[in-house]
Design a protein around this ligand. Structure first.
Ligand SMILES: [Zn+2]
Length: 138
């Protein structure tokens, strides 16, 4: 048995080479659970993209952005406040997942700490207020 390295363990389990177990440590004894839903396991660890939870499809997003008119306008700041709209129909429920996708797709560096918000009217587009590294925006 091995422990640690969740991604490698997941890949072995998918390949049928091994089974995955989780240990729930208790005070007197530890319980051992076999993980039989590999899909859920991978989504929970972020190994596999989870469309339902993140609101984001696993595709190239169509993104429109403008400089936030009420945002920080200091040209010396590395980060720029932007208003983002997804015209592909996705929604951002998980900023970290969106940041990872945009890094891969466009090279954007989106701040994943600090505040962010969404706004919009029912039936209309949703606008997300995010911060991105100025130089990474294309
Ligand atoms: Zn999308």
């Amino acid at each position: 048995m091995t422990h640690g390295d969740q991604r490698a363990a997941y890949e072995r389990a998918v390949a049928g080479e091994s089974r995955l177990f989780a240990v729930w440590p208790g005070q007197w004894s530890s319980d051992l659970f076999e993980i039989d839903d590999l899909d859920e396991f991978a989504k929970a660890l972020g190994i596999k993209h989870d469309e339902e939870r993140t609101g984001l499809k696993d595709h190239i997003h169509k993104v429109e952005w403008i400089k936030d008119p009420y945002g920080n306008d200091n040209p010396r700041s590395q980060y720029l406040d932007i208003d983002v709209t997804l015209t592909c129909g996705c929604s951002i429920n998980d900023r970290r997942a969106f940041a990872a996708q945009m890094k891969e797709q466009q090279g954007w560096v989106i701040a994943t700490s600090g505040g962010w918000s969404k706004s919009g009217r029912p039936g209309g587009p949703t606008t997300y207020s995010l911060r991105a590294r100025r130089k990474s925006l294309t």
